[in-house]
Every structure is written in C-alpha cells, then in structure tokens.
Design a protein around this ligand. Sequence first.
Ligand SMILES: Nc1ncnc2c1ncn2[C@@H]1O[C@H](COP(=O)(O)OP(=O)(O)OP(=O)(O)O)[C@@H](O)[C@H]1O
Ligand SMILES: [Mg+2]
Length: 382
Amino acid sequence: MGAIEVRDLALAYGETRAVDGVSFEVAEGEFFGILGPNGAGKTTTLEMIEGLREPDAGEITVLGERPWPRNGALLPRIGVQLQASSFFERLTAREQISTFAALYGVGADHAEEWLERVGMVEKADTRVENLSGGQMQRLSIACALVHDPDVVFLDEPTAALDPQARRNLWDVLGSLNDSGRTVVLTTHHMDEAEVLCDRVAIMDRGRILELDSPGALVRGLDAATRITVSPELVSALDVAAIGGVDSSALYPPKKFFGAARNIEDGGSLTIFATALVETGSMMDTVIFEEFKGTGNAELKLDRKISDKRIFPAIDVNPSSTRKEELLLAPDELAINVKLRQVLSGLDSQQAINLLLDRLRKTRTNIEFQMQVSKSTPGNGDD
Ligand SMILES: Nc1ncnc2c1ncn2[C@@H]1O[C@H](COP(=O)(O)OP(=O)(O)OP(=O)(O)O)[C@@H](O)[C@H]1O
Ligand SMILES: [Mg+2]
C-alpha cells in the first residue's frame, strides 16, 4: 500500500476548477514532486491531502487513514510546511521551534536537533522577523519536522530564494527521506525536481499532465515526443530546464566538482571528474558546455554506470586532465600514476565505486593520496 493514495480528486472555487480529477500514489519512503506553474492547483491538492480542505469529490488515504474530516490519529504522523509560513510573532527561532515541539509533546532536544540539521543554530536567538527568507524557510521546514512525522508536505520550500540559497537548501531537503520518511514537495522548477525527487507529477490547470521519474521525463523530451505549452503557463526557464539546457540542472555534477575541490586543498582531484563528452546525448553536451571553460578537462560519462545508480556516473579511465604533469607536484603525480594503474585494472563500475569509496573515507586530498600510496603496489620506492 502506498503512503498516499489519491483518486479522482476534485475541487472548484466557484467557476475555477482548481483541482480537476487528480489521481496518483506515493510510495512509502518516496520523494514525490508536484511541478507546475502558478495556479496549477498544487497547493489546493496538498491542502486536501493534509486534511485542511474538504474535496468536492475523490478519495484520499494517507498512511491508510482518511484525512477529512480532520483526523486526530493522522496529525502527529504528518508534517506540513505551508506555502505562506506563519510564525508566532516576536519569538526567536529557538522559541518558535520549541513551541512547535511542545505542541506536539516532543522534547526540547528534538527542537535543538532540528535547528542544527537545518543549519540554524547560529540564528537560534534571532527573532523570526529578522531572519532572511532562506533562514525562515529553513526554520519552517524544521518546525514541520520537529515531531518526526512519517510523511512531510513542503509547499514550495525554496520559493523566493536566490539560486545559491536554493541550492543550499537542497542539501537539507535531500536528506529528509534518508530514514525512509515520505516527502511530497511542490516546486516551479524542473531542476529542483530532478535533484530531489524520485518521481514528479507535472500539473497544470488542475490536472496531471505527466507522471514519471525526472530522468524519464527528461529523456522522454529528448526523444521524438514534443509537448507544446503556451508561454504563460511555463516560463522559458522552466522549459529550458526540462530540456536539460538550464545550467542549474547541473547541480549534481557541480556538487561533485565542488566536493572534490573542498577536499583537494588546491590540488588535483578534479582530474577524475572533468570532461570531454562525445556521446551525442543532450545532457552530456550540456555538461560539457558547462565545464569546457576549464579547457583542459576530459570526462566520459557512462550510461551503464548511471543505470546502476552510481553517481557521478564517470568512466574514470578515459577521463583525465590534459597535462596533469604540469598541475601536480612530482610525488603527487607518482601517486596518481599508481592510482591510474589500479583503476585501469578494474571495470568502469568497479573503478568509480572504488574511487568514490576512497574519497568518502578521507577528508583531505593529502589523506586520500596517502591512502592510495599505502594501498597500491610499489609503495615507498620513489
Ligand atoms: N481560496 C481560494 N479561493 C478562490 N480561488 C482560489 C483559492 N485558492 C486558490 N484558488 C485558485 O485555484 C487555482 C489553483 O490554485 P493553487 O493555489 O492550488 O495553485 P498552485 O499550483 O499552488 O499555484 P502557486 O504555484 O502560485 O502556488 C488558481 O486558479 C487559484 O486562483
Ligand atoms: Mg501554491
């Protein structure tokens, strides 16, 4: 049974058919996105599932229960972040979340834990009216989660944030269903759905137009199918993102690049993640265009690796940086050559897996290189 089941849901405000026959299921532990332009019916759909509005028609179950009329058994098991988040006036961030915790009967330690998880400890003593938009969003997400609900609803949690703040928040959002929690999120942005969601329903004018994994939606658009949507429904930016040409869709590879930079201390790890792509795939071309500014980068991505859900799906052996001898100190270069030799003896999946595993287990480039140096044959002879 799904965590959420919605069948033939409908609601009209007067003449406006805000939700007009919507059906979908969300599996337990799934990160589910509802993507659509202003007025598509996203918030109205969520409000009915949350038990805040009575549907005109249709069936809803959440965790096997009916949310309407308001269901006391369900409330502690769901967390809701409303689109227009409302806080208690004049309270500090810590007082806000502690109040939520108290209302749910959970301990203050939970409140503190969530402040930390959303990166709000430093601002804990700031009154809500003095928080930035991003900080308010973080706080309201923490408040929605403080009682550790099984299902959480987030209505445009990244709206009105600058691109950097939006991406920072993705890290928090991405970890929300790590423990098997079900997450339903609404967004205007395909790039966001692509980063966060297992499946996405594309909604417009009260109806679901498409429902699939973001990858399949993007691939589907890559193929012969064409969807025509008039410009007032979806912005050019959103369309670009669906087609895979919005560079912000490159967040995952960039995050990897960034991670490599963070641990390399000005050094060399990006050589395993830099690019020349000749696969003919639209997405690869975009990635290449985005990163070719570095000029000396060669990266080969491999569909077989991504099919195994290994990310980044880099075929490490043919990927490298040109003239790495100019970039690396001689001892680093020697270690690198050894690493290359080891990796070249493995198939591409084993190679990237080994590399990722080692990278995860070490915190700095030096530590990583020491590890490689210690664990590869020929150690100590140079
Ligand atoms: N309380 C209301 N009374 C009348 N009409 C409403 C009300 N709430 C929403 N609507 C209308 O219902 C439709 C769907 O609105 P809804 O808020 O569900 O869209 P949305 O997808 O959440 O949009 P947004 O991206 O702007 O948040 C819109 O046409 C909206 O104008
Ligand atoms: Mg809305």
